[in-house]
Design a protein around this ligand. Structure first.
Ligand code: GLC
Length: 422
């Protein structure tokens, strides 16, 4: 599918909207990972051609935590230089006051999207962001290596650790010196909250804060799950994993130096790119389960949306841009080029997507069962909750206190942060 046919499919509504005489200069801020910004630029070129408006990308580091910190500052200062923000699924309650209500402007198209995702971007009846793509991580595994050693993709974390160790050690003996068993995201940032929530939830240890607002993280199953992950560092995972974000993990994986990787679907298309050492050598399965009562596979729900700043000087054009990028045609384009999971329901039955990015239809059930981070119960305090959680986890992984002690301290901090109510 090329952009011209996508644009034609998008319809004449957009074309020559406004006209070049009073063209707007828009800017969109995004820290998309992988080839996300390059794909966005292609889409913006098409939008510019069709509308006469100009759109500049303000690129950001891909850490969602760094983006959030910067956006909070810009919005608090009433910055009118940014019209459109690409926003993480967890931010809606925290940024809602500074973003336009998109309810009216999107009522003709919002029904195309999964209602649960629309719901996650709705705060007190206000649609603060339009869904762009959804996310749920996968366990990437090397088909060739598992086959070579007669192994199956693991169903539990203990199986994963055992297989990773055996394959890693045997490969090293065979001269594959740089190989590691398992790469994931252990840096001190939101991505670690996602990984650790999966370890805890999959081990029957709850969701940090439950939907009713109660703080549940200080429990033995959660501590056991984090201690288990600590055991991976420097045995099946490189010591540097404690500084890894998504792209560092993908770097090791895509050069052929990992047996397993935890990552989001964007890594699927890139892993099958012409320049990838693992092209056609890998597949994905849901993340492993923990052990004991309540053990289950758990994937953290991620995803990105588009919001219009309240301070934009061209709000109509900015809304048109958001609708354009979130349209079925553009989501299809992005799915094909960046293997992002669409939020438009019909695209899960699209034959081109199924053929070119087979993870997408297979991942519909995984993201629909994915575990949300506690951004709804913690409301405007979510970022502080998360940063306290990832710090307690990072401390434990680095040998700075036991999981049990760190979770006990975390509980006390969260209690204080909560006060009478979230
Ligand atoms: C992915 C997810 C996002 C999450 C981030 C953490 O980008 O889509 O929701 O916060 O990873 O690193």
């Amino acid at each position: 599918m090329n952009l011209r046919s996508a644009l034609l499919a998008f319809g004449a509504g957009l074309v020559f909207m406004g006209g070049a005489a009073n063209a707007a200069n828009l800017s969109i801020v995004s820290g998309d990972t992988g080839n996300g910004l390059a794909v966005l630029r292609e889409q913006l070129d098409a939008f510019e051609k069709a509308t006469g408006n100009k759109v500049t990308i303000v690129p950001m580091p891909s850490s969602t935590s760094d983006q959030f910190g910067q956006y909070k500052l810009w919005l608090a200062a009433g910055n009118s230089d940014i019209d459109v923000y690409q926003t993480d699924v967890i931010w809606a309650p925290q940024l809602s006051d500074q973003l336009l209500d998109l309810t009216e402007a999107t009522k003709d198209v919002i029904g195309q999207h999964f209602p649960s995702i629309v719901e996650s971007q709705t705060v007190n009846g206000k649609l603060v962001a339009m869904p762009l793509f959804t996310d749920a991580p996968a366990l990437y595994y090397r088909k060739d290596l598992l086959e070579k050693y007669g192994k199956q993709p693991p169903k539990t974390w203990d199986e994963l650790a055992a297989t990773a160790k055996e394959v890693q050690d045997k490969e090293r003996e065979a001269g594959n010196k740089d190989i590691w068993g398992y790469v994931w995201q252990g840096n001190s940032y939101e991505g670690l909250t996602c990984n650790a929530l999966e370890w805890v939830k999959s081990n029957g240890g709850g969701q940090i804060i439950e939907a009713d607002g109660s703080i549940s993280i200080n429990n033995p199953k959660a501590a056991e799950a984090i201690e288990r992950a600590k055991g991976w560092v420097n045995t099946i995972s490189p010591p540097g994993v404690l500084a890894y974000q998504e792209e560092e993990a993908r770097g090791v994986w895509q050069t052929g130096n990992a047996v397993f990787m935890r990552n989001w679907p964007y890594a699927y298309g890139l892993g099958n790119g012409a320049d990838s050492a693992v092209k056609d050598k890998f597949d994905v399965v849901p993340l492993p389960a923990g052990s004991g009562e309540g053990a289950t596979s758990a994937a953290t729900l991620g995803g990105w949306n588009l919001a219009v700043s309240k301070y934009s000087k061209s709000p109509d054009e900015a809304v048109a841009l958001v609708k354009f990028l979130a349209s079925p045609e553009m989501q299809k384009f992005k799915a094909l080029k960046a293997s992002n999971l669409p939020t438009v329901q019909a695209l899960y039955d699209d034959a081109d997507i199924a053929k070119e990015q087979s993870i997408i239809p297979r991942w519909k059930e995984v993201f629909q069962a994915a575990v949300p981070r506690p951004s709804a119960p913690a409301k405007v305090k979510y970022n502080e909750v998360s940063s306290n959680f990832w710090t307690a986890t990072h401390d434990t992984l680095s040998g700075n206190g036991s999981a049990a002690d760190n979770l006990e301290m975390l509980e006390a901090k969260l209690d204080k942060l909560k006060g009478a109510n979230w």
